[in-house]
Write a protein that binds this ligand. Structure first.
Ligand code: ACO
Ligand code: ACO
Length: 150
C-alpha cells in the first residue's frame, strides 16, 4: 500500500471524505486549508486523510476515512501513523484530532495510536450539524479533542 499526497484538489475523493464528516461545506474547507493524502492499493484508493495546519506548532487530522469494504484491516492505523510522521517531518510539535462522543471505535483507534484526550467541546455536533447523528446507540453531541506530542 502506498500513501501519497493528492495535490489536485479536484481529484479529492469526496465519497470517502464524506464518510468521516457528512457536512460537505466543512469537508471543502478542510481541502482548502489542508493537504489531502490517499492510500492506494493496486490502483484503487482505499483510504484518505486531510492534514491541516492549526498554528506554526500544531497540525490536525481533520478528516480520515477508509473504504467501507476495507475497514478493520489496519488501514486506518497506517493512515494515522503516516499523518504523525508527516506532521513531525513538517516541523509541527503537536498533532490533534477531534471526534464525536459516540465514536467508540475511533476513540479506541486514536488512543491506540498514542493520542491522549485533552478537552470536550460541548454540543459541537448538535450546534453545527442539521441532521441528528447516532452511532453505537449513542447520540453524537460533543466533540472529544485528543492530541499527541510529536
Ligand atoms: N473497542 C476497542 N477497539 C476498537 C473498537 C472498539 N469498539 N473499534 C475499533 N477498535 C480498534 C480495533 O481493534 C483496531 O485496533 P488494532 O489496530 O489494535 O487492531 C483499530 O481500532 C481499528 O483500526 P483499523 O483497522 O486500522 O481502522 P480502519 O481501517 O477501519 O479505519 C476509520 C478506522 C478511519 C475510523 C474507519 O472505520 C472509517 O473510515 N470510518 C468511517 C469514517 C470515520 O468515522 N472517520 C473518522 C471521523 S473523525 C475524523 O475524521 C477526525
Ligand atoms: N460499544 C458500544 N456499546 C457498548 C460497548 C461498546 N464497546 N460495551 C458495552 N456497551 C453497551 C451495551 O451494548 C449495552 O447497551 P444496551 O443496554 O443498549 O444493550 C450496555 O453497554 C451494557 O449494559 P449492561 O448489560 O446493562 O451492562 P453490565 O450489566 O455488563 O454492567 C458494568 C456494566 C457495571 C460496567 C459491568 O460490565 C462491570 O461490572 N464491569 C466491571 C466493573 C466496572 O468496570 N465498573 C465500572 C467502573 S467505573 C465506576 O464504578 C464509576
Amino acid at each position: 500500500m502506498e500513501i501519497k499526497q493528492i495535490t489536485d484538489r479536484k481529484n479529492a475523493p469526496m465519497d470517502l471524505l464524506l464518510l468521516a464528516d457528512p457536512n460537505r461545506q466543512m469537508v471543502e474547507k478542510y481541502l482548502v486549508d489542508g493537504h489531502c493524502y490517499g492510500a492506494n492499493e493496486r490502483g484503487s484508493l482505499v483510504g484518505v486523510y486531510v492534514l491541516i495546519k492549526k498554528s506554526s506548532t500544531k497540525a490536525e487530522i481533520a478528516n480520515i476515512a477508509v473504504h467501507p469494504d476495507r475497514q478493520n484491516e489496519g488501514i486506518g492505523r497506517k493512515l494515522i501513523e503516516h499523518a504523525i510522521a508527516e506532521a513531525k517531518s513538517l516541523g509541527f510539535e503537536l498533532i490533534e484530532v477531534g471526534t464525536g462522543n459516540s465514536s467508540i471505535g475511533q476513540l479506541a483507534l486514536y488512543q491506540k495510536c498514542g493520542f491522549h484526550m485533552q478537552s470536550i467541546i460541548k454540543d459541537f455536533f448538535t450546534n453545527h450539524y442539521d441532521e441528528k447523528i447516532e452511532e453505537n446507540g449513542i447520540i453524537c453531541r460533543d466533540m472529544i479533542r485528543l492530541s499527541k506530542q510529536l
